[in-house]
Design a protein around this ligand. Sequence first.
Ligand SMILES: C[S@@+](CC[C@H](N)C(=O)[O-])C[C@H]1O[C@@H](n2cnc3c(N)ncnc32)[C@H](O)[C@@H]1O
Length: 260
Amino acid sequence: MAGLFDNQADLYLDARPTYPSEWYSMLAARTLHHNLAWDAGTGNGQAAIGVAEHYEQVIGSDVSEAQLQHAMPHPKVKYLYTPLSISKDELLASIGGENSVDLVTVAQAVHWFDLPKFYSVVTRLLRKPGGVLAVWCYNDIVVSPTFDPVMKRFHDTTLPYWSPNIRYAFDGYKTLPFPFENIGLGSEGQPLALDIPKKLSFEGFLRMVRTWSAVVTAKNQGVDLLSQMVVRDLESAWGGSDLVRSIAYKAFMLAGKVKL
Ligand SMILES: C[S@@+](CC[C@H](N)C(=O)[O-])C[C@H]1O[C@@H](n2cnc3c(N)ncnc32)[C@H](O)[C@@H]1O
């Protein structure tokens, strides 16, 4: 699993969306203190940088050293390599210890995690009372009535190459186990639907799709899901390679406190 995000790490930084700044204000307003935050599965720090606007220190951790090598430096963010083999106690100690963290975020990543292990560490790490865990994903992009059906056809070709856990992201985290107390920002079975607006060129869109783990897995198996013909169809439905479009990613959030 860890290796899935290594190969395309250089593409990742410029291709993946960042998240609206209001999301971080909204989450920061829900935690009692603003000393320490942990962004798990940080990738290149897409969310860690946003969280750092509201917390004194942020730890951005990832199982992929390649992703961390491309992470955006920030004076308040410390990046940390946490191999899959790390024990719960080691992970806990490396982030800050029991009752130390005000906000834990996981952006577009928790569906890859060993959930019982992660939730058990989060439960111990979060401050009680006052600490919050927020996880979110995004799945479909809404571009235009011409492009969206072509995109759907392309997306269908990727289905055999995703790891099974992606189903959580495909269903907008509706079935993701989330055993935390509701704080009004999406709860187990009832995620909060949000949009991530973005201006995107066709080249940017292609770079984003090239970072999909399914596209990388297919390529490793000798299948090029982005053949010239497929790219041509997508480009023509987009409206040309130079066109910059205002698009939206459909996102879903679940946030909660430790149940006491
Ligand atoms: C789709 S990327 C998301 C990166 C970033 N958070 C973002 O919003 O774009 C998923 C990230 O989760 C990391 N990851 C996967 N499994 C992990 C685990 N068990 N613990 C920590 N990170 C993990 C991957 O290496 C990758 O960087």
